[in-house]
Design a protein around this ligand. Structure first.
Ligand SMILES: Nc1ncnc2c1ncn2[C@@H]1O[C@H](COP(=O)(O)OP(=O)(O)O)[C@@H](O)[C@H]1O
Ligand SMILES: [Mg+2]
Length: 283
């Protein structure tokens, strides 16, 4: 881990398409995931494919199981049943560190960063670049600046300002930039735009699209369906711990999404996307 260099690892420049064959391939597959808390069945038989280079929105009412599902991916809970496949291989993700080591980054709105440290320090925390005995401050500054510029984050005044002084959207930009620097293959964001104003929301939605454009798989949990439709390539609807619909966002509209969220079915759904072709129960 100390073999980090001052250059950002080879990444597709912003706006450039990922290498052929990568986009659309599921980097993460869930099969039959179940999780109980005592008598509460939080998740049951969850099948989900999460493709690289696409934004998958996970939607559902309060208590549907969204946070529990991403916590099983992020290594906070181990599922009681089912199998997680990462890049085609069956894996057990027993701790957040194991998730991070695989390349799974979770961006929580407030938890991920240290307020008293500046942007550069946060971005390199635990992965500091050294020159001999000394920290390579100049190199890390350059790397941090370049990563933010690649993500088109232009609203940060100084990369030496403490993260505690940043707006909610800027904080997420730093967390996302850190995930990019660590070459995360999957970035999970739980309610990234909750509590953000209009321009900050636009910043975060743009960041999410930038990530997908760079070939990263993104899972976004959101209550805000207009954000979901603005940013998602795919939708997966959880209800009472089960996936009731999954497929391309173009197969849904606000009304069908609301139907699935509230009742688990929609009479208006043209192609009844339960399973969505790639996340059916088989497999
Ligand atoms: N740590 C926990 N202990 C007990 N029950 C939990 C715990 N976490 C979640 N649950 C229960 O699991 C269900 C799904 O919760 P959650 O995943 O938080 O839903 P969502 O994020 O979609 O609102 C709910 O019934 C919730 O009360
Ligand atoms: Mg939740």
């Amino acid at each position: 881990m100390t073999a980090d260099s001052t250059r950002p690892a080879p990444e597709a420049p912003a706006g450039q398409a990922p290498p052929p064959g990568r986009e659309g391939e599921p980097i993460l597959r869930l099969r039959g995931i179940g999780k109980n808390f005592g008598a509460v069945q939080a998740l049951a038989g969850v099948d989900l494919d999460v493709p690289a280079g696409q934004v998958t929105a996970l939607v559902g009412d309060n208590g549907a199981g969204k946070s529990t599902l991403i916590k099983t991916i992020a290594g906070i809970w181990e599922p009681d049943t089912g199998q997680i496949f990462w890049k085609g291989q069956p894996v057990r993700i027993s701790s957040p560190k194991e998730a991070t080591d695989l390349g799974i980054a979770t961006v929580y709105q407030d938890l991920a960063l240290c307020d008293n440290l500046d942007i550069v320090q946060n971005m390199y925390l635990g992965h500091e670049v050294r020159r001999g005995w000394l920290l390579d401050e100049a190199g890390m500054e350059t790397g941090a600046r370049r990563t933010l510029a690649d993500l088109r984050v232009t609203t940060v005044r100084s990369i030496r300002q403490p993260v505690g002084s940043l707006s909610g959207g800027q904080r997420q930009a730093v967390a996302v930039a850190k995930a990019v620097r660590l070459q995360a293959g999957l970035v999970i964001m739980d309610e990234p735009t909750a509590a953000l104003g209009v321009s900050q929301t636009a910043l975060v939605l743009d960041l999410i699209r930038q990530l997908a454009r760079r070939g990263v798989a993104v899972i976004v949990i959101s209550h805000n369906l207009s954000d979901v439709f603005a940013v998602a390539d795919r939708l997966a609807v959880l209800r009472l711990g089960r996936i009731v619909a999954a497929g391309p966002a173009s197969e849904f509209d606000t009304q069908t999404a609301v139907d699935f969220i509230t009742s688990g079915t929609s009479s208006r759904a043209a192609q009844a996307p339960a399973g969505g072709g790639t996340s059916g129960p088989e497999g």
